[in-house]
Write a protein that binds this ligand. Structure first.
Ligand code: FNR
Length: 420
């Protein structure tokens, strides 16, 4: 095991073994705008901070004198058994962390046995990532284009299916890109956001779409965005969020402001039937934060949800994702429905994983930590981060006195008040 490799070595490992140190190394290594984008959060940052702090309030109750020498960390999701309850969250534009981008993540996930969710805002195509992931487990995440662009949705899903992606993850919490001061202050937007889709620039379908847009309108979204970005970069002009606000009037005149800030995806629950018609595998809604929406997911025939607030990058001032999980997983309708619950936002250690599983998640996704791994060591860095998290979790499970992650339940936790 990875734990044994590390403990039996007389030399320190090539990369550090804690999330805080991966972050610190990535901060040193990356340009400040790229690091800021990965690390950043919506507005005041309180959702992001609450996500991590929530793990402090749920405490594990370890049991002694249990034979837990042989342990199983495998989980069953949608009829498939996976060796790891940890999944690589969909993270867009990975090229900003490392030139091998999503290919490195796909190879690392395969070699460590972690399922990968490919973002539709990737810097590699669906097919390239499938090739790099080979016989690994891969799922596809969709930023759901507007109803007027159903042809794009159909094309993306057909390509994902043909390239061996088994589960469709539909991200709902990014109606439009949030107010993110770190990026605004550096005039940084590593992708194009328009017409309800985050655009993976290397995606041929999106490029075709842009050709179409361009032919219809000389001032395409791309050009308009370019105009906005160059406007924001002008020396002494709009370099900070406050200045952006002060210049709203000017931006509105250029039309760019409205196009960028109002490029939300207009979608509602009834539209899910069009997705069901386009995808015959399991569908998982990502970004569910309330019991009400979890119940609606059941009513609309969804197979699973990812309780997530996008790592605090979208809704500012939101409830911690772990608290949302506790609320949703305790609901009787949710429990009796068989809806699969996956969790993300704030997982940094093995015990964090155990807490989320004890609260009712079947698996968890991890975002920023593996992006820091990618930044510090490419494929090797991503492998390292997942190996560390899995070894830490396995170790904690043994110390906790359990032989399987499937045996964790709410009784294994106690809620404690915050001491700070
Ligand atoms: C994300 N996330 C995300 N989610 C998604 O559905 N599609 C995407 O393209 C992206 N892109 C993205 C980029 C970056 C740089 C980050 C950090 C995150 C959100 C991601 O899937 C996940 O919900 C969070 O990262 C989980 O929180 P932690 O683990 O980062 O705390």
């Amino acid at each position: 095991s990875f734990q044994r490799d590390i403990y039996s070595s007389l030399r320190p490992p090539k990369f550090p073994t804690s999330a805080a140190r991966w972050e610190a190394l990535a901060r040193d290594k990356l340009p400040s705008d790229s690091f800021g984008y990965i690390h950043g959060a919506a507005s005041s940052g309180t959702t992001d901070a609450a996500n991590v702090a929530a793990f402090e309030r749920y405490r594990l109750r370890p049991r002694m004198l249990v034979d837990a020498t042989r342990r199983d960390v495998g989980v069953d999701l949608f009829g498939t058994t996976y060796a790891s309850p940890i999944i690589a969250a969909p993270v867009g534009v990975q090229k900003i962390a490392h030139h091998d981008a999503e290919d490195a993540t796909a190879r690392a996930c395969r070699s460590v046995g972690v399922p990968m969710i490919l973002s539709s805002a990737a810097t590699r195509t669906i097919e390239e990532v499938a090739k790099a992931n080979a016989d690994g487990h891969r799922w596809f995440q969709l930023y759901w284009p507007k109803p007027q662009c159903d042809d794009i949705t159909a094309s993306l899903l057909a390509r994902a299916k043909a390239a061996g992606y088994k589960v469709l993850v539909v991200t709902l919490d990014t109606f439009s890109l949030a107010w993110r001061p770190t990026d605004l202050d550096q005039a940084y937007l590593p992708f194009i956001w328009g017409d309800g889709c985050q655009i993976g620039l290397s995606d041929p379908v999106f490029n075709d779409y842009y050709d179409k847009l361009r032919s219809e309108d000389a001032r395409s979204t791309v050009e308009r965005l370019g105009e906005l970005m160059s406007f924001m970069k002008r020396p002494g002009s709009v370099l900070g969020a406050a200045k952006v606000l002060a210049n709203v009037a000017t931006l509105q005149k250029s039309r760019a402001w409205l196009d960028v800030m109002n490029s939300g995806t207009y979608r509602e629950w009834a539209h899910l039937k069009t997705l069901k018609a386009l995808w015959d595998g399991p569908i998982v809604l990502k970004g569910i934060q309330t019991v009400e929406d979890a119940r609606l997911a059941i009513d609309h025939g969804m197979d699973g949800i990812i309780v997530s607030n996008h790592g605090g990058r979208q809704q500012d001032g939101a409830v911690a994702s772990l608290d949302a999980l506790a609320e949703i997983a305790a609901d009787e309708k949710v429990q009796s429905s068989g809806l699969t619950i996956i969790f993300d936002s704030g997982i940094r250690t093995g015990s964090d994983v155990l807490k989320a599983l004890a609260l009712g998640a079947k698996a968890v996704c991890v975002g920023r930590p593996y992006m820091y791994g990618l930044a510090i060591g490419g494929q090797e860095g991503v492998e390292h981060v997942f190996r560390c998290l899995l070894a830490d979790m396995d170790n904690m499970l043994g110390n906790f006195g359990k032989t399987s992650v499937r045996d964790l339940s709410r009784d294994d936790l106690r809620m404690v008040p915050l001491t700070k």
